[in-house]
Design a protein. Sequence first.
Length: 116
Amino acid sequence: MSTRRGIRRRPGGAAAGSGHSGGRVRVAIRVKPGSARTLVRGRHGDALVVTVTAPAVDGKATEAALRAVAGAFGVRRRDVILVTGATSRDKVVEISGETEDIAGRRDSLLGLASQG
């Protein structure tokens, strides 16, 4: 998003008083469009599986996946940005917020937390 001064700012970037430390965690996801329900759980290699009901048409599945990831991590949609994979099922997203909380939630969803 551009400002009047021409400074580019990423959505979800840290600002004074934003309520989080400004940390970011990258998470690999595998999107499965056209599913019966929208869920965030399971693994596909090192990626978190995100199933969405939206079809893989005109970016609808990608947007649904980003909303689902935001919900699963307890952050606002604007705190989840797509880094790579706009037209691919394999994507990398960046989540802004408390780094330890996000990393812990990621590990829990991937089933890594119980492996000790």
